[in-house]
Design a protein around this ligand. Structure first.
Ligand code: ADP
Ligand code: MG
Ligand code: MG
Length: 516
């Protein structure tokens, strides 16, 4: 990969340069809310009893070089991906088959499905659905053709709680600031204007999605003011990522009331109106006479079993699902984001059979063809022919080195990599293997960068993962798409020795693209 400027990139730094870049980055980050609440390991709760401290988000000091054609390719397919996943979430039969495949080894998916079945029985009252999606990619070097080419390959598609859209716009701004003020001062200056740093409108883009759903909800028939609920985890540390989005939505004209509600307080502060429409009513905790009708519930919680410690939590999810509030996502859209769905979509079919994509979207368009190219090899782990073949690879101590094994989970830290796969499989009942998928590892070309984490610099090889946000509002009954937009990007970077790249999980860091 060529460097953004003529010399070495990022340039070798003297101690003085490292110090000044670190200083500038730390201050800009705090000055602009590129921040998280500290984990107890960094600041003990006793040292901050009022919870007033925030710390820098780990970031790269330089925007990582990213192939321009890959960036363009990922952006160009986002609207088709939005439509694809809207269509998948409307196909109950397809999702039922997927659920059947994994349910034996996965109580969480079973419980989600049960919520859907229960609401279906009494009838859904809200046909509109909001997706705030993020499709994640890594760069793949294809050496099979006459000339080696670079393409993005999809890591996964997120349909619930797709995070970091708030912080990523600010990371792009940080790097633009450093490019204007700091890099020209380095001894081996990066020539000003040599970096191509794309605009990142993730905050505005995601807020537009929420606004579109809020307006599509219509007027309150109960005569209450409408609101948007950000459904969050009580102990969330990544609050500023959410706040940036919240402030943007709230500042719409006319203003949109936004409230944060902890997942474990749903039943305490919301209720269902006694009408056939089943509006979701929110009472302000400090003044319950202030009543709002909830137009949109935006889930930044509820994506994993940890948020459902008891039956009450499932009752709460059921209450939201049967309400007239537009859920982002619905249970069906959450299920559409299962890795099993990605595997089924990506599995090539015999040339005589219609493509899986064609079941959901028009598959002969340029966009659909580009979308198909973003798939990499993913295999079932069931007892089908392909599944048995995959099991052989997964159990083989040599072959397994090229794969990652994934359960139907979100939020990072759930996968098993390479050599650890055989032992892991042997530790769980064989009847549960079908609830996993086996995916070929994508190995992007090496890039180097400097990461600032907890005030310390780490220099070396890094691996980048690009996420493209997309927002979509559709009618679950008719399929009509009311809003479909691409909504900015995320670049996350991790050391090349690390398997997982989650920023919140503590492995990766925020980055932005310098197109090359
Ligand atoms: P989650 O939903 O928990 O984020 P992911 O599928 O995104 O699960 O996997 C977590 C991380 O594991 C990714 O961010 C990436 O760093 C790594 N990873 C996952 N799949 C692959 C793959 N096929 N090739 C290389 N790395 C991968
Ligand atoms: Mg991920
Ligand atoms: Mg995910």
């Amino acid at each position: 990969m060529s460097s953004p400027s003529s010399g070495e990139y990022p340039p070798a730094l003297t101690d003085a340069e490292r110090e000044s870049l670190t200083h500038a980055t730390k201050d800009w980050s705090m000055g602009n809310g590129l921040a998280v609440r500290p984990p107890p390991s960094v600041i003990a709760p006793e040292a901050d009893p009022e919870g007033i401290t925030a710390i820098n988000v780990p970031v790269t000091l330089f925007p990582s070089p990213f192939p321009r054609q890959c960036f363009t390719q990922a952006r160009s397919v986002q609207r088709a991906y939005n439509e694809l996943y809207a269509a998948v979430s409307r196909d109950e039969e397809f999702l039922a088959d997927m659920v059947k495949e994994v349910i034996d080894g996965d109580d969480f998916i079973r419980n989600l499905w049960d919520v859907h079945l229960k609401v279906k029985k009494e009838g859904y009252t809200q046909p509109l659905s909001l997706g705030m999606f993020r499709s994640d990619y890594m760069v793949h070097q294809d050496t099979t053709g006459p000339t080696p080419s670079l393409q993005v390959k999809q890591v996964e598609f997120n349909t619930i709680a797709s995070s970091f859209g708030g912080l990523s716009a600010y990371t792009s701004r940080l790097h633009k600031f450093l490019a204007a003020t700091e890099y020209p001062l380095l001894d081996k200056a990066i020539p000003s204007g040599s970096l191509d740093l794309p605009e990142n409108e993730s905050v505005a883009g995601l807020a537009k999605g929420l606004e579109a759903a809020y307006r599509a909800y219509g007027e309150s028939e109960l005569g209450h003011p409408k609101c948007v609920i950000f459904l969050v985890q009580g102990d969330e540390r990544n609050v500023f990522d959410q706040r940036h989005l919240e402030y943007q939505v709230a500042s719409a004209s006319p203003a949109i009331p936004v409230f944060r509600l902890a997942f474990d307080s749903i039943l305490k502060h919301t209720s269902i109106a006694d009408t056939s429409k089943r509006q979701l009513v929110y009472r302000l905790p400090r003044n319950p006479s202030k009543v709002f009708e909830v137009a949109v519930v935006y889930f930044r919680a509820g994506y994993g079993p940890g948020d459902y410690p008891d039956q009450q939590a499932w009752e709460a999810r059921y209450q939201l699902e049967r309400s007239a509030a537009i859920r982002c996502p619905t249970v069906l859209t959450q299920l559409a984001g299962a890795k099993k769905v990605q595997q089924v979509l990506a599995t090539p079919r015999p040339s005589s059979a219609p493509s899986m994509l064609g079941k959901f979207i028009q598959d002969d368009t340029e966009e659909a063809k580009e979308l198909w190219k973003t798939f990499t090899n993913i295999y079932p782990m069931d007892t089908s022919e392909a599944g048995l073949e995959a099991r052989k690879k997964a159990l083989d101590p040599t072959l397994c080195q090229s794969y990652v094994l994934k359960p139907q989970r979100e939020g990072g830290g759930n996968n098993t990599y390479r050599g650890a796969i055989p032992e892991f499989l042997k530790s769980i009942p064989e009847s549960h293997w079908g609830s996993y998928i086996l995916m070929e590892l994508i190995t992007p070309p090496p890039v180097s960068n400097v990461i600032l984490r907890a005030g310390k610099l780490e220099q070396g090889g890094v691996i980048c993962e690009l996420g493209i946000y997309g927002t979509c509002v559709w009618n679950q009954s008719t399929g009509e798409v009311l809003h479909n937009q691409e909504a900015g990007y995320l670049l996350r970077t991790k050391g090349d020795k690390s398997e997982e790249g989650g920023v919140a999980a503590g492995y990766g860091c925020m980055d932005s693209c310098s197109l090359v």
